[in-house]
Ligand binder design. Structure first.
Ligand code: CA
Ligand code: CA
Ligand code: CA
Length: 299
């Protein structure tokens, strides 16, 4: 009421003679207008439209301007020539809404009834990205996550790798000790503390790939005599190995379908010299491991 009277006075001061002509003296000292409005809803989530309708406002003459302060900070957010307007709150909070109307005669009236809109935060959304290639035990796995928050920011990422361990950040790396099927969980938290969790389909982690190794007969031998090589390749599951190949460095390559029962291979060099021996181990998933050693053959 106080503001309405002030509005009249301001209007009179600003518009002088015209105002006096247009308003009966009886209107002085009483409210000449009311800035009234309704909203389509008073509780929304962010990014939802709210319709405000100030059709019930009245003033001494036709209302020509509706000035809205949707967040109660005293600064106008929209000015319209018609009484209805749509506003979308981008972030959550409790917002006091205020309306100022100006009529044809320049009279200004401000809404005086408290009016609050409750805007609720939306939780963030997250997804676990698909892995590039196959996951193997004992080999680091690179995870990727995507997350967004429509009314804020994603501040925290928490991963559960399904084997009892966890990680942080959008792109963690984790190494599984053992093969198996693991459910991977990603929980993200937004700047309002809202969380959401997403669970991947089971991540299949295959056996660790082979790691080729061998020992040889003292590293030197006489030509024409057998040289022994012992395959000491680390294999978590021998049935995965589909190829073991020896390149003895003298033009002879010996291939086997899998590991020998005792891991022992014998080769006879015909000529003295220095030979680079390479062992190749390939598993059914296509992982290949190699290792080389030099042997010296005396005459
Ligand atoms: Ca404002
Ligand atoms: Ca949010
Ligand atoms: Ca928010």
């Amino acid at each position: 009421m106080k503001r309405s009277r002030l509005g009249v006075l301001v209007g009179v001061l600003l518009f002088g003679a015209q105002i006096v002509a247009g308003i009966s003296l009886a209107s002085f000292g009483v409210s000449t207008g009311e800035a009234l409005f309704v909203a389509s809803v008073t509780a929304v989530r962010t990014n939802e439209a709210v319709l405000f309708d100030a059709s019930s406002s009245r003033s001494g003459s036709s209302v020509v301007l509706y000035e809205w302060d949707f967040d109660g900070d005293g600064a106008p957010d929209a000015v319209a020539g018609t009484p209805t307007i749509v506003h979308v709150y981008k972030d959550d909070g409790l917002f006091a809404v205020r309306l100022r109307i100006v009529d044809e005669a320049g009279l200004v009236t401000t809404s005086s009834l408290p009016f609050t809109i409750a805007v609720a935060n939306r939780p963030p959304v997250a997804a676990v990205g698909t892995l590039e290639g196959m996951a193997r035990a004992q080999i680091p796995v690179q995870f990727t996550g995507t997350a967004s928050d429509g009314d804020g920011a994603v501040l925290a990422w928490a991963w559960g790798f399904g084997d009892g361990s966890g990680g942080e950040g959008p792109d963690p790396i984790h190494t599984y000790a053992s093969p198996g099927a693991y459910m991977v969980r990603l929980t993200v938290t937004d700047d309002d503390g809202a969380t959401s969790e997403t669970v991947s389909t089971a991540l299949l982690v295959e056996d660790a790939p082979p790691s080729a190794a061998f020992t040889s007969h003292d590293g030197s031998a006489d030509s024409g005599l057998a040289v022994w090589f012992v395959d000491t390749t680390a294999i978590s599951n021998p049935t995965n190995v589909i190829h073991v190949g020896w390149d003895f460095g003298d033009g002879v390559y010996r291939a086997a379908g899998g590991p020998s029962a005792d891991g022992v291979y014998v080769h006879i060099y015909e000529s003295p010299g220095e030979y680079l021996v390479t062992l190749y181990v390939i598993d059914k998933f296509g992982a290949m491991s190699t290792i080389s050693q030099t042997v010296w053959i005396r005459s």
